[in-house]
Structure formats: C-alpha cells, structure tokens
Design a protein around this ligand. Structure first.
Ligand SMILES: C[S@@+](CC[C@H](N)C(=O)[O-])C[C@H]1O[C@@H](n2cnc3c(N)ncnc32)[C@H](O)[C@@H]1O
Length: 304
C-alpha cells in the first residue's frame, strides 16, 4: 500500500465568500470545471440526511423521510450482497462512513475497508468511526476506487452506494473490483446511469441535454455514459459472471421528488446558492426531471 494512498490532506476551512463564489461559478456558469473531490469538498457536511451525513438519493420503497431512505439504500446494497459476520467488505465512495457504521451495527461484517478520494470526508469519517470505537474494524483510506491500494483476492464483497458514476472510469473500477475480490466474491452497486433513449425525438434531445449537464456539473466522465446493457457488458468484460443490472428508478426518483416538494428540511440543509436549481426542478413532474437517468442496482460475481 503506498504512503500517498493513505495520507490525509489537512483542509483549511474555506471562507464564506470563497464558498459562495465557488457555488456561483459551479452551478450558474460554464466556467468552473470541478473534480468529484472538489465538489464534495465544497458541499462539505451539507448532507442530504438530517440524521448522519448521507449523500445518496435514498431508496423510497417504504421510506417516507430522507433519513430512512438513505439508510434503506445502504441496506439494500449490503443485503443484496449477503453481507454477514464472516464477510470482508470493500466499500468504495464511502462519503462520511455512515453506511459502514450502519452495516457494522446491523450485519457485523468481519472488516470493512473504505476507499474515498475526498480528504475532508476521509478525515471526518475516521473521527466518527473512532468515536464509535470501530476503528479496528472499519479502516478508511484516502484512495481511488480505480487504483485500490489492496492486494489481489483480499475481500469477499465490493460495495458502492451511489458513487461509481464519478469513477474515471467505471470500467477501470470494475477491473480493480474483480482483482481484489476472492473467487466467488460479489460486487453490488447502487448507481446512476444513462436512461434508455426515448423514441420521441424531442424527448430524446431533452435527455441528451440533461445527461450532458449532469456530466459537466457532477464530474461524470463521458466514458461512463452507460445504458443498462452497456453496464452489464462492461461487468462481463471485466470477468464477472451472472451480471444483473436492474432499474430501481421507480423506488428512487418519485419518492425523493415528492419528499422535496412536501418537506423543505432537506433543501434547507443545502448551501443557499445550491437551493434554487433544486427548487426549480420541483415545478416539474419527476418523469421530466429525471428522464435522462436510470437508477440501477447492479450485482455480479467473480467465478469461484
Ligand atoms: C454521492 S456521494 C455518496 C456517498 C455515500 N456512499 C453515501 O451514500 O452517503 C459519492 C462519493 O464517492 C466518492 N468518490 C468519488 N470519486 C471517487 C473515486 N474515484 N474513488 C473513491 N471514491 C470516490 C466521493 O468522495 C463521495 O464520497
């Protein structure tokens, strides 16, 4: 494991003015290209959830609040993976490690190794994990999911909650996941991908426009413009078998959209300059707002 991979950068708190300027340039102009790590440094602890610091859109099958929905998304991934007491997990894009502490509480895996490229998140997550007395079982590294500082065949599950769309590239990450998994191991991801193109030309143009906007604003490499079929093919090309990529969009977007319309608490947690674009989306129905995106649960196995 390289020293560079484990070093945590100390981040100076940014001034309010600098923060506002960064939000202005990022959200409202085409001039500021942000890396995924820049984005999460800027977003800081303005999390989606009120309890904990989750940053996923939530799984709304039965949840009625963003707090429950974020937990439900994390549990969906771990339960689909069959995480249990003997399992050694690698969690990519762990945010502030809420999901890791949740999995430890509810499923008690042998060990979780987290990988994340955002220095402040890694620092805060380590402090939270240590405060819970879990630092010996949840090891958090500042490293990319596309270059894992981990030995071959060293874990049983690779999990990722809403992060692989950022990876440069998702394909490179699949190869790394395959390498670090033991034979018979499983990868499970909740991920945002490109929706199937609409047959109606106008709608297709809107989808293309929105997807491009998403790539530019949220640091998504063009190579990750996968449809479900592309996603499955890439998993198979990396060596995985029994790859399944199922849409769970109907249990994500409508619930989130309804919640944001009826409960202002989530938007209030965002920086004030970040609220307007989200408020605008609430003027439209969820099908129009999210037509460019499919939200998938992907599962695949490394041959035994
Ligand atoms: C939308 S957040 C999801 C965080 C967390 N999984 C959750 O559900 O709250 C995406 C996360 O992916 C991380 N990330 C982005 N690119 C990464 C990369 N190449 N390797 C590891 N983590 C990455 C970000 O730092 C951030 O923590």
């Amino acid at each position: 494991m390289s020293a560079a991979a484990t070093t945590t950068t100390t981040t100076v708190p940014r001034g309010k003015l600098r923060e506002a300027l960064d939000y202005l340039l990022w959200f409202y102009t085409p001039f500021k290209a942000m890396s995924a790590s820049d984005i999460y440094e800027l977003v800081s602890t303005n999390a989606y959830s009120g309890q904990g610091l989750y940053l996923n859109l939530g799984y709304w099958k039965t949840a009625r609040t963003i707090d429950d929905a974020c937990v439900a998304m994390a549990m969906l991934v771990a339960e689909t993976a069959g995480v249990g007491p003997a399992t050694e997990v690698v969690d990519v894009g762990f945010g502030f490690a809420d999901q890791d502490m949740l999995w430890m509480d509810r499923l008690s895996p042998a060990r979780i190794t987290g990988l994340n490229i955002t220095p402040t998140q890694v620092r805060i997550a380590r402090e939270r994990v240590a405060a819970r007395g879990l630092a010996d079982r949840i090891v958090l590294l500042e490293a990319s999911a596309t270059a894992m500082p981990l030995p071959d065949a060293s874990c049983d599950r690779v999990l990722g909650v809403e992060c692989a769309f950022h990876f440069d590239t998702r394909e490179a990450f699949f190869r790394e996941a395959f390498r670090v998994l033991r034979p018979g191991g499983r990868i499970v991801l909740a991920d945002v991908i490109r929706a199937q193109p609409d047959p109606r030309p106008f709608r297709r143009r809107v989808q293309a426009f929105n997807w491009k906007f998403f790539m530019q604003k949220y640091a998504v490499p063009e190579a990750n413009s996968d449809t479900r079929q592309d996603y499955q093919s890439k998993l198979t090309a990396a060596g995985f078998i029994r790859a399944r990529v199922d849409s769970i969009s109907a249990d994500v977007y409508p619930g989130l959209h309804h919640f944001m319309k009826t409960d202002p608490s989530m938007l209030r947690r965002f920086h004030w300059l970040a609220r307007l674009p989200y408020r605008l989306t609430l003027k439209f129905d969820w099908e129009s707002v999210y037509s460019a995106y499919d939200y998938v649960l992907a599962v695949a196995e490394k041959p035994a």
